[in-house]
Design a protein around this ligand. Sequence first.
Ligand SMILES: Cc1ncc(COP(=O)(O)O)c(C=O)c1O
Length: 401
Amino acid sequence: MSGNATNGHAPTDVKLPIYLDNHATTPLDPRVLEAMMPYFTGKFGNAASRSHQFGWEVQTAVETARQQIAGIIGAFAQEIVFTAGATESDNLAIKGAAEMYREKGNHIITAVTEHKAVLDSCKRLENHGYKMTYLPVQLDGLVDLDRLKDSFTDKTILVSIMAANNEVGTLQPMEGIGKLCRERGVLFHSDAVQALGKVPLDVNKMNLDLASLTAHKLYGPKGCGALYVRSGVRISSQIDGGGQERGMRSGTLNVPGIVGFGKTCSLAQEEMPEESCRVAGLRNRLRDRLTAALDQLAINGGMEHRLPGNLNMSFRHVEGEPLMVGLKDIAVSSGAACTSDKVEPSYVLKALGLSDDDAQSSLRFGIGRFNTEAEIDYVAEGVIEVVSSLRELSPAYEAKS
Ligand SMILES: Cc1ncc(COP(=O)(O)O)c(C=O)c1O
């Protein structure tokens, strides 16, 4: 091998460490940074200042960004509410809709594989008398539409299902879910963070009423998000104050962040068809190399309905921690997360039916815009080398093979 992940020697076209954790966050695209720069210095006004030039010029920039963000999801600009990120958007959508429609009902449907920003918002509502249904998922990560259909009651006010999962990349049947909700007059919210700019999203085709978005998963800045709120849908604000964003979210707007968010959406809208093919090609190259060289591995989640840049694999008979230590030149996520002082297997992988051991021995590869073929080859060789050498020490692997 020309270089490997354990000795730190890489071919000249590969710079270490390699970033393959694009579901956690993405690097800022230099074109986005360039668009943002003037709004840190010369154009520093408050978008709510109506009486002078400093306010007017940034207000225009904010409205342009609102159009760019709306454009990529088929919405109207006035349906975009700016927030500080998708955690806030999820909280606002779920708690805001629950509070607003309390008279109508108190039942909400979501899925066990949602992001914690959704699940913990739902848990808090349970403490306030709301009833939740947490739908299980199938082995491929998809929710079952018949099961969803059976879960509606006359008290159901909201369904919240993510468009794409952040661990296994599963793309949910958004049009089918939206149709069921619309037929019953139930609001449909989606955490669309991972899907935005990676796969087509259309709020009208999908009958979405609320959608959470964030810039930093799409080569934009951190700390800037949005909630799409369909015109006519009302939500109770969760942050009160100056009444910005039509009273739905008070607080001075993060103008440089918003300009960057708009720019990154317009770039993604233009480049998505070509980029998603290229990224899926890299993902498939990595998958094919690993499956050709290693046995006893499993791909977590179905391949058919999946984000182009996502690969999640379990390497049986290898422990998670030494695997991550061995791959120190490669930034990936493991199937285990530290909660307080314990290492817990991922609840998403467990929901797909994985054992604790298989979940702990898994890696999430998140491939993005700036990854190259040479990097993918280096990663594949490194993973093969580390997994093979750890297995040499594993009596369990020896017994199975
Ligand atoms: C699916 C999903 N929802 C919500 C979030 C939270 O987004 P933010 O970091 O903008 O608060 C993330 C990011 O970790 C995510 O992957």
